[in-house]
Design a protein around this ligand. Structure first.
Ligand code: ZN
Length: 581
């Protein structure tokens, strides 16, 4: 009797469970259906280390073709991938159907090393790049000032200090037109700053202010600063600029994220978030205003913030729009300015090897504490010595505490790697986080710094792959253009936007189109511990998709230069169309 009662209760429970399941599935159907698309799902096997597609990849006689035509989405997840007919069978009364007319759909793009808050600030600053005269520049800044509250700083950039060298501007016109806003106008190449009186007053800069060695503060007819600062004197103005209030940081963040969404990205890894930026991002997350996913790398250069997060521990939940489980550190400088640490002298500066580690401000103990607390480290390393020392550091730490070996630590840039260190990435499980644009932008001087031998280990995507390293791709914006079409083209051809050099720069390091796309999708998912939620287009995954008007898989084989002309059609995050052209 007791057993029978139990069974019937269980029966009722089972019935109600299955009723709930069908009730949830039946009415309404899909939220969104994309049809008539060239869908490349990436849900096939990984390519070999030399780039050969997996046996189950959708290729015929070496030519790629899409492996689905439609995707259906509900509740932020993909519920169907396949034919138009199959997707439309899930159409309900409230389903939105978008006919893509043959556009290409790939898993949502991720830029795994951005500075989108800086990008937003740059987008908000007045663009003076095509301005011919001082009067035009002043008019452009004054126009902007109409929508900026009095007292708030206005920034601009791009006036050409080379072209204007014989007729440098001063504060007179600028101060007359903008009496109530401190104005800082940076020059095209960063060697000069032009300000108004309000900025000089705010910075308490007078003729008595000390001028740093290697700088020049121009004086006007009255003997007071003219408003023009050259070379290192620009730091006098930079030092006067107050830290921005959180509301402005939040505005810049939204501006930068909006731009990334427009450009096809469903997620970014922000490389180096300090306390103020973190507060702004958390506020935007709480207000449900983040348009795309943010994977924040906390700045190791902010020790109080780090200590707070070490005590709290990393976010384990990947589903929020803001996830914090990684840390950004700097280990050495940059190659162009000869700050990167090399194993031997710079080819163009004998006796000089750059600087690294504690000399560059790397806080080893804080980095160790973050690893121990479960954070992933993303350490900036450029030179072959810088990279070796970081690998040594990670190897020692992972040996001492095997738990930290699961941290999927990353080297940001991994720019110059000695051949003997290439296989260490795979052995230690370290991810190489790299920028395809950097190779084609640095090619004019990188070999001067490194010479003909070491250059072979620079921007060496294929060599690292061959050594078994996992890669993730990004642009490190706003220093480089984050256009996916530029990034893919650089990765596939090793040519710049002018298609130089013919045949590609050190073309042995090129990647295939599949590898390049994985670098921005499935491999980036791994770099953020999200390979079970996203990275490929498959049932149950996040509905994060990018739609573009070109088919890079097809063009890579026939006319790779046409990839540069691609345009984003739509960006879909968690089933929401966050951008549509
Ligand atoms: Zn960076």
């Amino acid at each position: 009797m007791k057993a029978g009662l139990f069974a019937s209760v269980l029966g009722v429970v089972l019935i109600s469970v299955s009723y709930q399941a069908t009730a949830k599935a039946a009415p309404g159907g899909a939220d969104l259906i994309l049809t008539d698309a060239h869908v490349y799902t990436l849900r096939w096997g990984e390519p070999s280390l030399d780039g050969m597609p997996a046996p189950d990849a959708p290729t015929t006689n070496g030519k790629w073709h899409p492996d689905a035509a439609a995707v259906a989405i509900r509740g932020g997840k993909i519920i169907y991938v396949g034919s138009d007919q199959g997707a439309l069978a899930l159409r309900g009364k409230r389903t939105r159907v978008i006919d893509l007319n043959g556009a290409t759909v790939i898993p949502g793009l991720v830029d795994s090393h951005t500075h989108f808050i800086e990008l937003g600030a740059k987008l908000e600053s007045v663009d003076l790049t095509d301005v011919a005269t001082e009067a035009q520049a002043v008019a452009k800044v004054a126009e902007r000032a109409r929508s900026v509250p009095k007292g708030e700083w206005i920034f601009g950039a791009g006036w050409d200090e080379g072209a204007w060298a014989n007729r440098y501007p001063d504060k007179q016109q600028l101060s007359a037109a903008l009496p109530d806003h401190p104005v800082v106008l940076r020059s095209l190449h960063g060697f000069a700053i032009w300000t108004n009186q309000a900025a000089l007053d705010a910075g308490k800069i007078t003729k008595a202010s000390p001028v740093p060695v290697g700088g020049e503060m121009r004086l006007g007819p009255d003997g007071e600063p003219s408003g023009l600062f050259l070379n290192r004197a620009a730091t006098m103005v930079e030092a006067a600029v107050p830290p921005e209030p959180q509301a402005i940081v939040a505005r810049h963040a939204l501006k930068g994220l909006g731009q990334m969404a427009t450009d096809g990205y469903v997620a970014v890894h922000e490389a180096g978030v300090g306390a103020q930026a973190m507060a702004a991002l958390q506020q935007l997350e709480d207000q449900n205003r983040l348009p795309i996913r943010v994977y924040a790398l906390l700045s190791l250069r902010d020790p109080p913030l780090m200590r707070q997060w070490i005590a709290r521990g990393p976010d384990r939940d990947s589903d929020s729009m803001l996830v914090t489980r990684a840390v950004k550190a700097y280990y050495d400088g940059a190659l162009g300015s000869r700050g990167a640490r090399l194993l031997d002298d710079y080819a163009d500066k004998p006796g000089h090897r750059g600087i690294s580690g504690s000399g560059y401000g790397f806080d080893r103990d804080l980095a160790k504490a973050a690893m121990k607390a479960g954070f992933q480290l993303g350490i900036h390393a450029i030179g072959d010595a810088g990279n070796r020392e970081v690998l040594d550091f990670l190897e020692a730490e992972c040996k001492a505490d095997p738990n930290t070996a699961q941290g999927r630590h990353r080297i940001e840039h991994a720019q110059v790697i000695s051949p003997e260190d290439q296989p260490r990435f795979a052995r230690l499980g370290v991810i190489a986080s790299m920028e395809p644009p950097h190779a084609v932008e640095d090619k004019s001087w990188a070999e001067d710094r490194l010479g003909p031998q070491r250059i072979l280990g620079a921007y060496a995507w294929r060599s690292l792959r061959t050594g078994g390293a996992r890669l993730t791709f990004n642009a490190d914006n706003p220093g480089s253009d984050h256009s996916i079409f530029y990034g893919l083209h650089a990765a596939i051809t090793r040519q710049d936007k002018q298609l130089q050099p013919p045949g590609g720069w050190y073309p042995a390091e090129r990647l295939t189109v599949e590898e390049a796309i994985r670098g921005y999708t499935s491999w980036s998912a791994y770099a953020a511990f999200r390979e079970d939620q996203t990275g490929i287009i498959a049932k149950g995954r996040w509905a994060d998709l990018t739609v573009m008007d070109i088919d890079p898989f097809a063009l890579a084989a026939t006319a790779p230069e046409k990839i540069l002309a691609g345009r984003i059609r739509a960006t879909i995050v968690s089933g929401k169309v966050v951008y549509q052209r």
